[in-house]
Design a binder for this molecule. Structure first.
Ligand SMILES: [Ca+2]
Length: 399
């Protein structure tokens, strides 16, 4: 075979491999901390140890250098009907002086609580209840914990299957709560004497603060339609159960994105300047690009699809984006995070929504050109094949 043809065949092969890499199924994720059972949440101590919360066993387990310790760091007494269990954890931001891990659990009753556990010589000490009496049910228990840049502990709850509670500032259900890490109510909360920070939520499985700006974002699960991605601002009403998705009223905060049919969005994480979140129904990892003011989503793509639903998405201290499913903990390679999306994003595409008074400015129209500044799409495999075929034809004619 002439050398030129060999080179062209090689080019063809390389083009096909590169093309396959552009599809969702080809993303090779690295499994870490093998052996975790339903790892619903991850958190890291400043020394690099990773805490893994197992929803059904109530165990909090430590992983070091990617290896999960067999003996749990702590084991919490949880009930696990429906959506209950050990639902979320957070590391004290002042760990070196205050080595506590905070956990959201459904305790027998059932009732949801926040406890904190001190790290004593590599083992968790006896849990101390710092916040109790969050209404619980078999569904809609929320359960995400996160420390804000203000050092306060934020807690997402669900409506505990009693929708009206979401509007009642006296109930902890259907809220994002904001408390001191001792459990006290901060003096500057929007409703004096109440732990409520926002109201009108149905069930919130995702919360993250944007580094730098400190802005908070949540995902929210809708009933049979209108899952939401929301910008969280103190004292606002997010609508449930009176309004689904966009209300278009000055007294209700509208979501930045909605999904119908439902995807059941889960945890949110900022990682290397971008925002990522998972979903339970499709197992997709999503990337959203926020506007400079943080009040609009300028671009949204799904990057890859897991075989199971995604529970947690987290930015690891080792520079990797982590995600978890009921059967595993994974690290996602950087090239997969840079992608322009994949073809599996067909079942439920998000609808960007304009919002009320808090979010001035029109949303990008559906089908509008991509915002400038985005990297241009690299040539697909079809383009490489066409070039290779042309070169092969030229070579054969010269023969
Ligand atoms: Ca809403």
């Amino acid at each position: 075979m002439p050398t030129v043809l060999k080179v062209l065949l090689l080019l063809l092969l390389v083009a096909l491999v590169a093309g396959a890499r552009g599809q969702g199924e080809a993303v090779q994720l690295e499994r870490v901390a093998e052996g975790a059972s339903f790892p619903v949440d991850l958190a890291w101590a400043p020394d690099g140890r990773m805490f893994v919360a197992e929803r059904f066993t109530g165990k909090i387990r430590l992983a070091e250098y990617g290896i999960l310790a067999l003996e749990p760091w702590a084991r919490l007494d949880v009930v696990t009907q429906g959506e209950q269990g050990l639902l979320g954890i957070a590391v004290d931001p002042d760990w070196n002086q205050s080595p506590y891990l905070y956990a959201y659990i459904t305790a027998p009753g059932p009732v949801n609580r926040v406890v904190r556990i001190r790290d004593g010589g590599g083992r968790g000490e006896t849990p101390e209840v710092i916040f109790k009496n969050i209404p619980a049910s078999t569904i809609h228990n929320g359960g995400i914990l996160a420390f804000g840049p203000d050092g306060k502990l934020y807690i997402t709850t669900g409506d505990a299957n009693q929708p009206a509670l979401a509007q009642d500032v006296k109930s902890a259900a259907g809220k994002v709560l904001r408390i001191e890490k001792t459990g006290a109510i901060p003096r500057d909360n929007p409703w004096p004497g109440s732990p409520a920070y926002t109201r009108g939520h149905r069930n919130v499985f995702g919360l993250a603060f944007q580094p730098g700006s400190g802005r908070a974002y949540i995902t929210e699960n809708g009933p049979s339609r209108d899952d939401e991605f929301n910008h969280l601002l103190p004292g606002l009403n997010y609508g449930w159960p009176d309004y689904l998705g966009r209300a278009g009223r000055s007294d209700v905060a509208d979501p930045l994105l909605t999904w119908t049919p439902n995807i059941a969005p889960t945890q949110v994480a900022f990682h290397n300047g971008s925002l990522y979140f998972g979903d339970w129904n499709q197992g997709d990892l999503h990337r959203a690009t926020l506007s400079a003011g943080g009040t609009r989503v300028e671009d949204h793509v799904t990057l890859l699809r897991m075989e199971q639903g995604i529970l947690d998405v987290a930015s690891g201290p080792d520079g990797w984006l982590y995600l978890t499913t009921p059967s595993g903990i994974y690290r996602v390679p950087d090239w997969a995070l840079q992608r322009r999306g994949y073809a599996g994003d067909t079942r439920a595409t998000p609808t960007p929504t304009p919002a009320g008074l808090e979010y001035p400015g029109p949303p990008p129209a559906p089908g509008a050109p991509r915002p400038t500044g985005a990297s241009p799409r690299s040539p697909g495999p079809e383009a490489w094949l066409a070039v290779a075929a042309l070169l092969a034809a030229v070579a054969l004619r010269r023969k």
